[in-house]
Design a protein around this ligand. Structure first.
Ligand code: CA
Length: 410
């Protein structure tokens, strides 16, 4: 395993001779978050993705902690790129244009308002740790042991502090609030070129829709990880966390006429499971800044899944969502006409699917006698994910590893 690791890492960079694919520019709306962190690293390392802006939303934790986390993620990514450049043989390795250290412009970071459209914020620190990053910053851990170990590991890996990362020009804090930054990015780029990837509660996206619905039509597409269509929820019997944390925001997006691609629990929980056994045994020996970081932030979740479900695994909801843009063949989408319950004592954020055939005139929310049944087709829902393809992308992009060699039997 170690031998494979030693030759594997540079694969995640682009060689000078490789044809660059057209890049997809994205705004990632995120609440990092353990799987958000991995999704961001995945996006930065994917040559086909150009991350223009990161807009932060309360969710897994509050926006202040999200900001600290995202700065650390950027710092780890930059350290990883320097590591790749240093370990590459001769001058044959060139980081792709979207890489942080080669960017002409820093990644823009904008903070959201830190609250849902209505009511109080709901956090998921029970799953992501008190800092939202698997207790990477060790708020609950014994300060003299684990935090020192993390600091030592970060120093050894060349990971800088967030201030140093800013000084390096890796990121720039926007003076705009998140919804205004989304609008600004769409206004100042050609229509139909920017995709929004929303992997947290939809507060920022919904505020942007409410504020400037016309400009939002300039988005090429909006991808959202959220909802539970035909499966139970993960925070209530009916609701998935992201949409439950701001059900009115989810309602506004799904009721809109925008081109939306939904990755619900139905697909993410079965198509993105990374087993600890393989992650630890193959990523850990690499000892790159990125692999060390991923192992550090995932330990908390792995301990949790072992306590709760008896096995150590990670469900990569957010990386799978980024993967849908990296490779359009990864996920199969089908149009689905549904609404999100914006309130309700027991049904908050429930996905109300219109399964009627609408054979009669005057059906509520449906047809009239002249034009026949009308179902909306702008909301596309993932119905199938290629698990093996995702795992192959995951291990290759983050660690330069070949999944076909790690687990060739399935
Ligand atoms: Ca998230």
């Amino acid at each position: 395993m170690t031998t494979a690791a030693a030759t594997a890492l540079p694969v995640s960079s682009s060689s000078s001779g490789r044809q660059q694919r057209q890049q997809q520019s994205v705004i990632i709306d995120t609440d990092p978050g353990v799987d958000d962190a991995i999704a961001l690293l995945f996006a930065f390392l994917s040559p086909s993705i150009d991350v223009r802006a990161l807009t932060l939303v309360q969710g897994n934790t509050n926006v202040q902690k999200c900001l600290r986390n995202v700065k650390q993620i950027l710092s780890v990514q930059a350290a990883h790129e320097r590591f790749l450049a240093k370990t590459a043989a001769g001058d044959s390795i060139h980081l792709h244009p979207g890489s942080l250290v080669n960017r002409e412009h820093p990644v823009v970071i904008a903070l959201g308002q830190g609250k849902p459209l209505e009511g109080e914020a709901t956090f998921a620190e029970y799953y992501h740790g008190s800092d939202g990053l698997g207790n990477y910053f060790t708020e609950q851990a014994p300060p003299d042991s684990q935090s020192a170990a993390v600091a030592d590991a970060a120093h050894a890996a060349g990971v800088t502090s967030s201030d140093e990362a800013s000084a390096e020009g890796l990121y720039a804090l926007s003076t705009r609030v998140a919804e205004d930054e989304i609008i600004h990015q769409l206004e100042t780029n050609p229509a139909g070129t920017i995709a929004i990837v929303a992997v947290g509660p939809l507060s920022n996206v919904a505020r942007a829709i409410k504020k400037n619905p016309e400009v939002m039509k300039r988005a090429k597409a909006i991808y959202t990880m959220g909802g539970a269509i035909n499966v139970p929820g993960n925070i209530t019997p009916l609701a998935e966390f992201n949409w439950y944390a701001d059900p009115l925001a989810a309602h506004i997006l799904i009721a809109s006429s925008l081109p939306v691609y939904v990755l619900p629990l139905d697909v993410t929980t079965v198509s993105s499971v990374v087993e600890s056994e393989y992650l630890i045994s193959h990523a850990l020996p690499l000892h790159s800044p990125l692999s060390d970081f991923v192992v550090q932030i995932t330990n908390y979740v792995l301990d949790l899944t072992e306590r709760q479900w008896g096995s150590r695994f990670l469900t990569m909801h957010d990386p799978l969502t980024v993967g849908a843009l990296v490779d359009p063949t990864l996920i199969t989408f089908e149009p689905l006409d549904f609404q999100v319950e914006p309130a309700g004592e027991f049904s908050k954020a429930f996905c109300v699917v219109d399964r009627r055939m609408l054979p009669f005139a005057g059906a509520v929310g449906g047809a009239d006698a002249d034009s026949g049944p009308k179902k909306r087709t702008n909301i596309n829902v993932a119905v199938k994910g290629d698990t093996r393809k995702f795992l192959k992308m995951f291990y290759h992009t983050l660690f330069g590893l070949d999944w076909d060699q790690i687990k060739p039997e399935c």
